[in-house]
Design a protein around this ligand. Structure first.
Ligand code: SF4
Ligand code: SF4
Length: 405
């Protein structure tokens, strides 16, 4: 049953007992010290709006927008509060309110999420425009940590994988990963092929998973993108994803689309490390083990909860160094770095210190499996590599050449 202006499920809302155990795990609380910037404060604010004690206006809207949606609070909560569902529902209501500002925001969302991100040709063209803007130093400051340093090499199309067909496994390629991290796709393809499977990538219908639209409260667009992604990868073959955010989104299609087909689709989705660990043993070090600092993307740790697969996959070949911050968010959060640049920068600085304390340096790289985290940490001066790249370097030095699929 749903009630009140936000349409939240009262059972979910009332599950919070205000114990505050989630507060130390919330990055926005840690950098502001403000109750309204904590999970408990945000839930209290939702409650106030739902019961008519506060209007659905600013500062409530700002408090919701300042949440990174990292879900560190969900992992920490002993009462099982589904904070992510509450935040998604609140944002969906906020996104569809009346007024000029909301109208403009919806128009921007329709262009960005429906027309730009899912269209590889448009995204590729825009990437060249951004490259020129970076060279001319006219890139808006707020995009500096969410758009990586673009080069001709970075924008080269190097992935050689069959499109469509009837593969043993699908490699989901997505939008930003495909535009700016093709080297990770090439490594992922090599890692998959090393297990003897035939792989294929979906056609252009699977251009974007819809995660950014869903996080912005645009579930209408997210649903339309999700239906298209489902249609592009028919059959029963596993779907392998190398972006933690996209993997979390695809695994949530059952909830987003609310039907049995979507549930079956979601059950076929695996993070690349999760899938490789189930298929094969960790490669063994042949010489002195290289040190690597592990960074857990929130969508791998708090949503998919498969972050230990990275350690199992790489632990035999690398000396894994851990941060002492309980996997705290890096502040990238999809579009968060662009929408909340000040808060995002403060959170990233905390993460950078934790990574340096763990041993990250110009010689010791950080291992991350999410594009947003990768770009934010690169902007903070770190060398960032994906687990699939480390794995592929161990087992397939001639990677890039398709053996099958
Ligand atoms: S969300 Fe969970 S941990 Fe946080 S205050 Fe509420 S009950 Fe406590
Ligand atoms: S999702 Fe993350 S930023 Fe938002 S309230 Fe929870 S811990 Fe804080």
């Amino acid at each position: 049953m749903k009630s009140g202006p936000l349409g939240l499920d009262p059972e979910l809302l009332n599950a919070c007992v205000s114990c505050g155990l989630c507060l130390p795990h919330c990055p926005t609380f840690r950098v502001t010290g403000l109750e309204i910037a904590s999970p408990r404060g945000r839930i209290a604010a939702m409650n106030a709006v739902e019961t008519g004690m506060a209007p659905l206006k600013r500062p409530f809207i700002d408090a919701m927008a300042e949440c990174v949606q990292c879900l560190g609070c969900e992992t920490a909560c002993p009462s099982g509060v589904r904070f992510g569902r509450l935040m998604e529902d609140s944002r969906a209501t906020i996104a569809h309110r009346s007024g000029l500002r909301a109208l403009l925001s919806r128009a921007f969302g329709a262009i960005a999420y429906r027309r730009l991100l899912p269209n590889q040709h448009v995204l590729h063209l825009l990437s060249w425009v951004l490259l020129v803007a970076q060279r001319m130093r006219v890139m808006p400051k707020r995009f500096r940590s969410s758009v990586p340093r673009l080069t001709r090499h970075r924008l080269r199309r190097t992935l050689n994988v069959t499109v469509g067909g009837n593969p043993d496994v699908w490699l989901f390629t997505g939008c930003v990963m495909d535009a700016w991290l093709q080297k990770t796709h090439v490594a992922t393809a090599a890692a998959l092929r090393s297990t003897g499977v035939r792989i294929a990538r979906p056609d252009s219908r699977a251009g974007c998973c819809g995660a950014l639209a869903a996080h912005a409260g645009r579930r209408d667009i997210a649903r339309s993108l999700a239906k298209s992604v489902v249609a592009a990868m028919p059959g029963a073959a596993p779907i392998i994803v190398n972006s933690a955010g996209c993997g979390a989104a695809l695994k949530d299609y059952g909830h987003l689309l609310g039907d049995a087909d979507a549930e079956r689709f979601a059950a076929r989705v695996f993070d690349i490390s999760e899938w490789l660990v189930a298929q094969t043993a960790s490669p063994l070090a042949t010489e002195a083990r290289t040190s690597i600092v592990i960074q857990d993307p929130c969508h791998l740790r708090n949503v998919q909860r498969t972050h230990d697969s990275v350690r199992l996959l790489l632990g035999g070949a690398f000396a894994l160094l851990e941060t002492n911050d309980d996997g705290m968010c890096c502040g990238a959060g999809g579009g968060y770095a662009a929408n909340q640049p000040d808060l995002s920068t403060k959170i990233t600085k905390r993460k950078a210190k934790a990574l340096r304390d763990a041993g990250a340096s110009t010689d010791v790289a950080v291992c991350s499996s999410n594009p947003g985290c990768t770009f934010a940490l690169e902007a903070a001066g770190f060398k960032v590599v994906h687990p699939a790249e480390l794995y592929a370097d161990c087992i397939a030095p001639d990677r890039g050449e398709p053996r099958n699929g």
